[in-house]
Design a protein around this ligand. Structure first.
Ligand code: HPA
Length: 277
């Protein structure tokens, strides 16, 4: 690796080179599988699996419902790489560490990102188990993964976020939902660092800001993907009503239970989407 490259650039190159040794084809599409959604890999014809802990410069994923491995293979005729479990800020990772796997998937060839998460529904008209197509986001983590990232000029240091969730892919996602007969909500995702769930007062404030769903991921990965010039489409699986909407408490176990039981609906949309890309 060229020693003159900025350190982060060199680390991305080292991680990608180590993985590329095992690949026969470059992945075109990167998938990030959120809490309890790891089963979405079931339809991938797998060619190579590697644990994050075995990849240079990767952090291991320790969150419940996140296996922490990259899965390579073919999904409905397309070369894909799936993050079976993501990294979170609430595990103590910096935003740069959270987006490192995304940068490596891009370096390996992925030009499109399909990202998924479990989220709480702020929109009180929606229901647990609904799926939301992310139209836009509010980054309320107070941090940005591009801060001092010192990458080469191939990356946009200040990407325009106006069309980050690629309009053409959003249309395709809506077609996918129609064709598979699955109802798809559309709305704004608000991402914060966690790990505590929100207070009812925070949720009331977020609703006024125009947020429809809330979670602890996704926004940093999407910012980094936009900086890489990737096409992006994102889905939230609404595992619970956000704090204060219902009188029952929110638990991580319940989030995982719902996401694994309804995950197959999201898998059907993702499969259709990948096939028609
Ligand atoms: N808040 C934050 N993150 C979440 C939630 C929530 O209500 N549900 C699933 N992930």
């Amino acid at each position: 690796m060229n020693p003159k490259l900025p350190p982060l650039q060199r680390q991305i190159g080292e991680a990608a080179a180590c993985i590329a040794l095992h690949l026969k084809a470059k992945p075109e599409i990167a998938l990030i599988l959120g809490s309890g959604l790891g089963e979405l890999v079931n339809s991938i014809d797998i060619s190579y699996v590697v644990k994050y802990a075995e990849i240079p410069h990767f952090q291991a994923s320790g969150a419940p419902g996140h296996l922490g491995q990259l899965v390579f293979g073919t999904l409905l005729g397309k070369q894909v790489v799936a993050m079976q479990g993501r990294l979170h800020g609430y595990e103590g990772n910096t935003p740069q560490q959270v987006v490192f796997p995304l940068r490596v998937m891009h370096a390996l060839g992925a030009k499109t990102l399909i990202t998924t998460n479990a989220a709480g529904a702020i929109n009180a008209n929606w229901q647990v188990g609904d799926i939301m197509l992310i139209t836009d986001h509010i980054n309320f983590t107070g941090e940005n993964p591009l801060t001092f990232s010192q990458l080469e000029t191939a990356y946009d240091p200040c990407p325009d976020m106006s069309f980050a969730y690629t309009p053409a892919l959003r249309e395709l996602a809506k077609t996918a939902a129609e064709k598979t007969g699955i109802m798809l909500r559309e709305g704004v995702y608000l991402g914060l660092r966690g790990p505590s769930f929100e207070t009812p007062a925070e949720i009331r404030a977020f609703r006024v800001w125009g947020a429809d769903a809330v979670g602890m991921s996704t926004v940093h990965e999407v910012i980094a993907a936009a900086s890489c010039g990737m096409r992006i489409v994102g889905f939230s699986l609404l595992t619970n009503m956000a704090a204060g909407i219902e009188s029952k408490p929110i638990t991580g176990e319940h989030v995982l239970e719902v996401s694994s039981s309804v995950g197959s609906k999201l898998a059907a949309i993702v499969d259709y989407l990948v096939e028609s890309m």
